[in-house]
Design a binder for this molecule. Structure first.
Ligand SMILES: C[S@@+](CC[C@H](N)C(=O)[O-])C[C@H]1O[C@@H](n2cnc3c(N)ncnc32)[C@H](O)[C@@H]1O
Length: 285
């Protein structure tokens, strides 16, 4: 039977999600009902009872969430800093920890715009394109390029970056943008980095629903970061900046790759909003 109010629908859904072991049952129920009713979660208090068709759709989404489908796959969207991106099966859902690294890049680009009219930016491992879209939105006026290896993920990025002017290429970062060698002002990358022995520490939801190509990169998880140290050195002009995300357990090993490389100066590691060491920055010598 259709519940007689939005509040009753939310209570029923939250009870089901709690019983299924979902960690945020109330928040998930609100986001799903808001999605079905095409409202913001904050405006649900003013919503009337769902119509029978809306209730059927909501129940279906709640059942899929009970079964462990990511919330963002059910709504088809994820928020990243100031932007919304389309996500779903086949593409990595952008994470809050990456927002801090992207903020570091945006601050540097805004500073650079004081002396360089159109800074050149390259994003490697673009996934949904969330990082490039945030840069295009928050530091407009840069000349932006992005590359993604997976054709499924590339298709999401192509939709998310349409109308931004970002040049988006499907391919391997190892060979990307050779025509820009030595001219780029900033390289940003959130590569795959989960060490294989951390596989069991990855939640079942992530293991089942995130593409393996987005997560893993060799036994120690550092394969893509080693490639990045070479590719960044090739692309950046002297004094150009690089930032790259890594796992907390790589707080020594990931910056170590750049310190030992020879092309990099000023290698530093940074913390995310929860205080964990999650991204490195370096300057091209
Ligand atoms: C952790 S995800 C990050 C996606 C996005 N930048 C973000 O922060 O949400 C890593 C991405 O790198 C892509 N990738 C893996 N190896 C790559 C390579 N050699 N060249 C380009 N992209 C690669 C994966 O397909 C995946 O989309």
């Amino acid at each position: 039977m259709t519940p007689d109010s939005a509040a009753a629908a939310l209570r029923l859904a939250a009870d089901r999600l709690r019983a299924a072991g979902q960690p945020s049952p109330e928040a998930d129920a609100r986001i799903l009902l808001a999605h079905v009713l095409d409202r913001t979660p904050g405006s649900l208090v003013a919503a009337g009872p769902p119509a029978p068709g809306e209730w059927a759709t909501f129940e279906d989404l709640v059942a899929r969430r009970e079964a462990g489908e990511p919330l963002q796959h059910l709504t088809g969207e994820a928020w990243f800093r100031t932007v919304r991106v389309e996500v779903g099966p086949g593409v990595f859902t952008p994470r809050p920890e990456t927002e801090v690294m992207t903020g570091w890049a945006i601050e540097r680009l805004v500073e650079l715009q004081g002396s360089i009219p159109e800074p050149v930016v390259v994003e490697l491992c673009a996934g949904s394109g969330a990082i490039s879209l945030a840069i295009a939105t928050e530091a407009p006026g840069c000349r932006q390029h992005a590359v993604e290896l997976s054709s499924e993920a590339w298709a999401y990025a192509a939709r998310n970056l349409r109308d931004t002017g970002v040049e988006l290429v499907e391919g391997d970062m190892a060979d990307a943008f050779r025509e820009l060698d030595g001219t780029v002002d900033l390289v940003i990358c959130n590569p795959p980095y989960v060490p294989l022995d951390a596989w069991l520490g990855v939640t079942e939801e992530v293991r089942r629903h995130e593409p393996a190509l987005a997560l893993f990169s060799g036994a120690d998880g550092l394969g893509a970061l080693r490639v990045l140290a070479d590719v960044g050195a090739r692309l950046l002009r002297p004094g150009g900046l690089l930032c790259a995300e890594h796992a907390e357990v790589q707080a020594e090993s990931a910056p170590g790759i750049f310190r030992r490389h020879g092309a990099w100066a000023g290698v530093r590691d940074h913390r995310d909003l929860t205080g964990r060491q999650r991204f490195l920055t370096a300057t091209r010598r």
